[in-house]
Design a protein around this ligand. Structure first.
Ligand SMILES: Nc1ncnc2c1ncn2[C@@H]1O[C@H](COP(=O)(O)OP(=O)(O)OP(=O)(O)O)[C@@H](O)[C@H]1O
Length: 250
């Protein structure tokens, strides 16, 4: 059986009376891409933040690379990375300086060489000497994804990784992510509203609503179960029905 990289057990987070995450259980294996799909406020970012260690769970357990890391992530952090449009890189530093600082923080042996490699892979050469704060939203997203690859992570957490990218750039970056995953065997946890992205990248989809997984399966299984032609239609069924209503006979 392929190694389990991330295991989430009975994970909960409450803010006062709001159950942001109300009992999540799932695993992600080496080489596997699992997508969290859910409407606004479903709990995707809160779940990701707990796995990253920036939000403390109310209850539950997170195992990273086979070890319980609910309190101490120091051993796991060098083996993972993340990209999120909600987390900005320092604005005044140029793109090169930002990538260089992160490469050093990650303890990469030849930071300048790694920055050159990653810049070529993400088509960033023309942006390297510009202040990061002056870039367009889509350019910042590209830099954030490049930063997330610097340490060749074994687990990559991606929160809306291609939000604000134009279709051409989004498509090229999804291709890069696929190649990175297939070459490195990295596990990816992806939160996205982009159904095409989920259909292309995800091996398994967890449909979330109000902090819970209400259904899961491969994209193909979900299409069959709901009798739909696209994940977007499945998403709308799940988002709009008071109870889960898979298609008759599925
Ligand atoms: N720091 C906080 N304090 C209070 N409530 C919070 C906090 N963070 C999140 N919540 C609430 O928890 C719920 C889940 O939010 P979360 O950001 O995880 O959802 P999401 O699925 O990522 O949504 P979106 O797709 O809009 O980004 C929401 O009801 C949100 O209002």
């Amino acid at each position: 059986m392929t190694e389990i990289v991330l295991a989430v057990e009975h994970l909960r987070k409450t803010y006062g009376t709001v159950e942001a995450v109300a009992g999540l259980d799932f695993t992600v294996r080496r080489g596997e891409t699992v997508a969290l799909l859910g409407g606004n406020g479903a709990g995707k970012t809160t779940a990701m933040s707990m796995i990253l260690g920036v939000v403390i769970p109310t209850a539950g357990r997170i195992r990273l690379f086979g070890e319980d890391m609910t309190r101490d992530r120091k051993r796991a952090l060098p083996r993972m990375n993340f990209s999120s449009p909600y987390v900005d890189l320092p604005h005044r530093l140029t793109v090169r300086q930002n990538l260089d600082v992160y490469a050093r923080l990650y303890g990469i042996a030849h930071p300048a060489r790694r920055v050159r490699e990653i810049s070529a892979a993400f088509d960033l050469d023309a942006l390297l000497d510009r202040p990061t704060g002056r870039l367009s939203a889509g350019q910042k997203t590209r830099v954030s994804l490049a930063k997330a690859m610097l340490n060749r992570p074994e687990l990559l957490l991606l929160d809306e990784p291609t939000a604000s990218l134009d279709p051409d750039t989004g498509d090229r970056l999804r291709g890069l992510l696929e190649r990175f995953r297939d070459l490195s065997g990295a596990a990816i946890l992806l939160a996205s509203h982009n159904m095409g992205e989920v259909e292309r990248l995800a091996h398994r989809v967890l449909m979330m609503r109000t902090g819970r997984v209400v259904d899961d399966g491969t994209p193909a299984e979900l299409l069959t179960r709901y009798g739909r032609a696209s994940l977007e239609d499945v998403f709308l069924d799940v988002a709009r029905s008071p109870e889960m209503q898979p298609a008759e006979g599925a």
